[in-house]
Ligand binder design. Structure first.
Ligand SMILES: Nc1ncnc2c1ncn2[C@@H]1O[C@H](COP(=O)(O)OP(=O)(O)OP(=O)(O)O)[C@@H](O)[C@H]1O
Length: 278
C-alpha cells in the first residue's frame, strides 16, 4: 500500500525496530503512535447553496462563498499501540470510532498531529468498495487483489480458496451487479481476508452474512487475529470485545475519555451508557 507518501504519517524504519528500549526490562515495541491527532470534516451546511449558485460562483470565479461549518470528528488523540495488543475502540454512535480506524489505516490524513505506523495495515473496512459491478466475480477478485497490492500471480493462487470459502463458485462468471447483497459481502470478505497483515483493523466485520457464513467469517477473523502483530477492533458487541481484546479505548465526541484494560473500559462505558439513558 502506498502509505509512505501520506502527509503527516511517519513510518518506522527497521533501524527503529532494532533500537533497544532504554527503559523497560521487557521492551515494548510500538507499532502505532499517534500524537495530538485531530481530524476536521468540512460540512457544506447552507441548504440554499444551489446548483445555479455554484455555477455562478464558478463563472464569476468566486471562491469559498458557500458557508461551511467545521466539524472536528477527532480531537487531540495521543495513543500508542504495542506489538501483541488487541485494542477495542468503544463509544456511542458518532463518537469517532470509524474515523479513527480510517486515520490508522491511512485512509484519512490527520488535519493536525502525527501518526507513525510500523508494519503493513490490513483494514477490514469498506470491504468491496473497489468492486466493479459490470465485471464477473472472478475478474473482481483479481481487480480487488490489485487494489490491495497483491500481485496477480499471488491472487491467482488464492482464487480457488476464495470460491471455496464463499460457496459461490457457481457464480464466478456472473457479473457482480446480479449478486445479492449477502453474496457481494461474502465475496468482499473472502478477498479482504486473503491477506497476511501485521496490523489488523476491523470495523464491525464480525457479522457478515447469514448464520452459517457468520460462523465461518468469525473463524477466519480469529485466525487472522492470531497471526497479526496488533489488532484494533470496533464493535458495539461488548461481549465479543471482552472475549477478543486486551485493552479498551473509549471515545466520546472525538476524544479519548478512558484507556485501560478491556473489562474496566467496557464496565465503565456500559455504566455510563445506562446512566445517561435513564
Ligand atoms: N465524510 C464525512 N464528512 C462529514 N462528517 C463525517 C464524515 N464521516 C463521519 N462524519 C461525522 O464524524 C462523526 C464520527 O463519525 P464516525 O463514523 O467515526 O462515528 P462512529 O463512532 O463510528 O459511529 P457509529 O457507532 O454510529 O458507527 C459523526 O458525527 C459523523 O457524522
Amino acid at each position: 500500500m502506498p502509505y509512505s507518501s501520506r502527509k503527516k504519517t511517519r513510518w518506522f524504519s527497521d533501524s527503529d525496530a532494532d533500537r533497544p528500549s532504554p527503559t523497560a526490562a521487557k521492551p515494548r515495541e510500538p507499532l502505532i503512535d499517534l500524537a495530538g491527532v485531530s481530524l476536521r470534516f468540512v460540512n457544506y451546511t447552507d441548504k440554499a447553496y444551489s446548483l445555479k449558485r455554484a455555477v455562478l460562483d464558478l463563472v464569476l470565479r468566486r471562491e469559498n462563498v458557500a458557508p461551511v461549518e467545521d466539524f472536528w470528528a477527532l480531537r487531540d488523540i495521543s495513543l500508542r499501540i504495542d506489538r501483541g495488543e488487541r485494542v477495542a475502540i468503544v463509544g456511542g454512535n458518532g463518537a469517532g470510532k470509524s474515523t479513527l480506524l480510517r486515520v490508522l489505516a491511512g485512509i484519512y490524513p490527520p488535519t493536525s498531529g502525527t501518526l507513525a505506523v510500523r508494519g503493513n495495515v490490513a483494514p477490514l473496512i469498506e470491504m468491496g468498495a473497489g468492486f466493479n459491478p459490470e465485471l464477473s466475480g472472478g475478474d473482481n477478485i483479481l481487480l480487488n487483489g490489485a487494489m490491495l497490492g497483491v500481485p496477480r500471480r499471488v491472487m491467482l493462487e488464492k482464487v480457488d480458496d476464495i470460491w471455496e470459502f464463499t460457496g459461490l463458485r457457481d457464480f464466478a462468471d456472473l457479473p457482480l451487479k446480479y449478486y445479492s447483497s449477502g453474496m457481494y459481502m461474502r465475496l468482499a470478505f473472502a478477498i479482504a481476508t486473503q491477506i497476511d497483515p501485521e496490523i489488523l483493523i476491523i470495523d464491525e466485520a464480525l457479522s457478515v452474512g447469514d448464520a452459517v457464513f457468520k460462523d465461518k467469517a468469525r473463524g477466519r477473523i480469529l485466525d487472522l487475529m492470531g497471526r497479526s502483530h496488533a489488532v484494533i477492533l470496533v464493535s458495539h458487541d461488548m461481549a465479543t470485545l471482552r472475549e477478543l481484546c486486551t485493552r479498551g479505548i473509549w471515545l466520546r465526541q472525538g476524544q479519548v475519555v478512558a484507556d485501560g484494560p478491556i473489562s474496566t473500559i467496557v464496565d465503565d462505558y456500559l455504566a455510563w451508557t445506562f446512566a445517561s439513558a435513564g
